[in-house]
Design a protein around this ligand. Structure first.
Ligand code: TYD
Ligand code: MG
Length: 457
């Protein structure tokens, strides 16, 4: 018998190559090519072609733009990143570290939705009994949620056809395998095939499907990025497993705004929504400590106060720059700006920076707070009580405005903060120095910010 032809598929972009290469020729990632069956891919393509319905070509203005029907899940903090609720035929991918609470959240959502519609929960990771046990712990004993413990895709699709759920959870996509492919569950080809088939099924039956996905060590969703293109919404579940707070963040949403977050607290009885989360990531120091600076970051529509901590310590042979929750390359850049423009040198120092509470901060408006925390740690002098800062710092040493500065200041004032160092353009126009009890120092350059802080402490 002739040997099956194989190709090498990139686990990052899904591109294929006939030979193994260290670097993917399509996306340039290293060590991502894995052997997969070539003819199976061809088979998939043919099957899809046969199934794709013929659609007439129409003029844009003639197409009726129907408002999308949403069903709220009943968990307000989950509805927020979803854009208001689940959508008929919509496919959501939710990723997160193991043990963060994905299964818990989806079981809670399934229970709420099952009061209004048929719901199917497919578990590939746990047995039906384990799911039942969790439901009992969560106090969801009487929920009419249908449960299927299965990992074979074709059987799952058959069950969905049979049960006709309007909401279906697949926990998780990495455990499934399709008979059409010979590769192991969790491999690129399997994950892609299973997700594609489930997406097609969701669209044709109008079922709303949630796929649970695992996250790699680097923090990306395992499996090809193609998965993210295939689905309508991508949510990330993040947070420090050691603290009880969890964030659900939308990074792609065809039916709503991205960067919207939902905040939960993990309790004895499952995840509880936190409707007013602005202050949850502040740690409670008795007196101000060196190396700590509060930042107002804007997550979707809600401002969030996060403490940035820095530790600067004399280095050994090679100075280290480490950051948790913040971009490390950006940290290196900021240290160079601090040196060049403000004359503060960390060249012989280790620099560690941490965003407290396991939040990930992507916005550059964190720059000023990071630099002031570093400077405070280096001098061994705390910033004043009730101090906060935000603003982007550019390579020329300029402090650039952050979007929606007034909103950030208002939230800080509401929480009783006393002093703020902010970009000039974000300072209130009317009375630039006092804003609802908050003393505001507007700065245009990093050296100016450092000077203001030196004068304060
Ligand atoms: P789980 O939903 O199984 O995580 P994932 O599916 O993302 O891997 O979450 C498991 C963790 O949550 C586990 O460490 C125990 C904790 N937990 C609670 O604290 N309270 C609860 O009510 C439940 C069900 C779980
Ligand atoms: Mg789980």
């Amino acid at each position: 018998m002739a040997r099956d032809k194989t190709v090498y598929t990139c686990s990052a972009c899904g591109g294929t190559n006939p030979k193994w290469l260290g670097k993917c020729p399509h996306c340039g990632e290293w060590n991502t090519l894995e052997e997969t069956l070539a003819e199976a891919n061809g088979a998939t393509r043919h099957r899809f072609k046969a199934m794709a319905p013929m659609q007439p070509v129409a003029t844009l203005s003639a197409i009726e733009a129907a408002e999308i029907e949403r069903s709220p899940t009943g968990l307000a903090e989950l509805d927020r990143p979803l854009g208001g609720g689940i959508v008929e035929g919509g496919v959501v991918l939710i990723g997160g570290d193991p043990g963060i609470g994905k299964s818990t959240l989806l079981l809670q959502a399934a229970e709420k939705l099952s009061q209004a519609m048929p719901v199917l929960y497919v578990t590939g990771e746990e047995s039906g009994a384990q799911v039942a046990l969790r439901a009992r712990r969560l106090g969801l004993r009487d929920a009419p949620v249908r449960v299927l413990a299965e990992i074979q895709l074709e059987r799952i699709l058959a069950a969905i056809e049979n049960e006709r759920p309007r909401f279906c959870v697949i926990d998780s996509i990495q455990t499934l395998y399709s008979e059409a492919l010979t590769s192991a569950p969790g491999s690129v080809a399997q994950v892609r095939e299973c997700a594609a088939q489930l997406t097609r099924c969701a669209k044709s039956l109008g079922t709303s499907i949630v796929l649970v996905g695992h996250v790699t060590k680097e923090g990306a969703l395992a499996g090809p990025r193609v998965l993210e293109h295939m689905v309508d919404t991508v949510l990330y579940f993040e947070g420090d497993t050691h603290s009880s707070f969890r964030l659900v963040r939308a990074i792609k949403n065809r039916f709503g705004a991205v960067n919207e977050i939902g905040v939960f607290a993990m309790t004895e009885r499952g995840l509880k929504g936190v409707s007013n989360p602005s202050a949850i990531f502040l740690s409670t120091h008795g007196a101000p400590v060196p190396g700590s600076c509060v930042l107002v970051t804007l997550e979707g529509t809600r401002p969030l106060l996060v403490e940035i901590q820095a530790l600067v310590d004399s280095a050994g042979v090679a100075p280290r720059r480490l950051s948790v929750g913040l971009d490390r390359d950006r940290l290196a850049m900021l240290l160079a700006v601090l040196h060049r423009h403000a004359g503060v040198s960390c060249t012989d120092q280790d620099v560690f920076v941490n965003a407290v509470g396991g939040v990930r901060i992507g916005e550059p408006a964190a720059d000023l707070a990071v630099l002031l925390a570093i400077q405070s740690s280096l001098r061994g002098k705390p910033l004043p009580r009730g101090f906060l800062a935000f603003g982007e710092v550019g390579l020329a040493g300029e402090v650039r405005p952050a979007p929606r500065g007034q909103e950030r200041l208002r939230e800080a004032a509401k929480l009783g903060f006393a002093v703020a160092v902010v970009p000039r353009a974000n300072a209130p126009k009317t009375d630039a120095r006092a804003f609802e009890g908050l003393a505001i120092h507007a700065v245009e350059r990093i050296e100016q910010a450092i000077e203001v802080v030196r004068g304060l402490s």
